[in-house]
Every structure is written in C-alpha cells, then in structure tokens.
Design a protein around this ligand. Structure first.
Ligand SMILES: [Zn+2]
Length: 127
C-alpha cells in the first residue's frame, strides 16, 4: 500500500511525456530509438511486460492521431486559408507523420498509465 502513495499522477505523466521511467525518472524508457529497455537501470521497474502489453500504446497512438487529424481539419476549415482542394493532402500528411512522431510518447505514456493503475513490477539483480 505504501507503494501506491508514491504514485503521483503529475509526476508519472510528466516523466512519461519526457520518455523517462515513470517510477523514478532516472533513465530513459528507450534503449535505442525503436527499442524499449527491458527494465529501468536505476530502479529495476520492468518496462517489457507480458505479450501484447503494448497494444494499449498502439491504441493511444491511433486515437491521438485521429484527434490530430480532426483538429487539423477543424483548424483548416475555420481558418481563412480554407481551400478545400489542399485539405485532403494535408490530412494525409498528418495521418502519416503524426504517428511516427508520437510513437515514443505513446509507449512511454502507456507505461506511465500502467504505473498509475497497477504499479510497475520491480526486478532487482539477485532479488
Ligand atoms: Zn526507474
């Protein structure tokens, strides 16, 4: 129970947005640009969980991309630039580029959310 008191929403989401360990903030979640570390080298929090765990990260990326596409369309239509012919290629570009740009944050925020809900398990050498 005392572990639950250590979980602050602001801290965990802030660390997730900065791609840091949601538990301690001491290390990056990513080992290489497209590879999640198995665990945090600073506190031992396990980042690579069971098979299928990161389907939620994909869902966050898809939903956020849809929101970005809708926001872009709304802003385009509300602005005076609103020529309809240019809108579709712009939305297509947003739909292609946004998920690539948001990839790391989706994974990191999913980890932070899991830490807030359940708490990430810890793995210590020799423990
Ligand atoms: Zn950590």
């Amino acid at each position: 129970m005392s572990q639950r008191k250590d979980r602050s929403i602001i801290k965990a989401l802030s660390r997730g947005a900065r791609l840091r360990c949601p538990v301690c903030g001491g290390a990056s979640v990513f080992q290489t640009p497209f590879r999640v570390r198995p665990e945090c080298p600073a506190c031992g929090a396990v980042f690579q969980r069971e098979e299928g765990f990161f389907v939620g990260a994909i869902m966050i990326n898809v939903v956020t991309t849809e929101a970005a596409v809708l926001a872009t369309a709304g802003l385009w239509l509300l602005s005076s630039a609103g020529g309809g012919a240019a809108l579709l290629p712009i939305l297509f570009a947003v739909a292609l580029l946004f998920p690539v740009a948001f990839y790391h944050h989706a994974w990191s925020l999913w980890l932070a959310g899991d830490h807030l809900v359940e708490g990430l398990p810890r793995r210590r050498p020799g423990a």
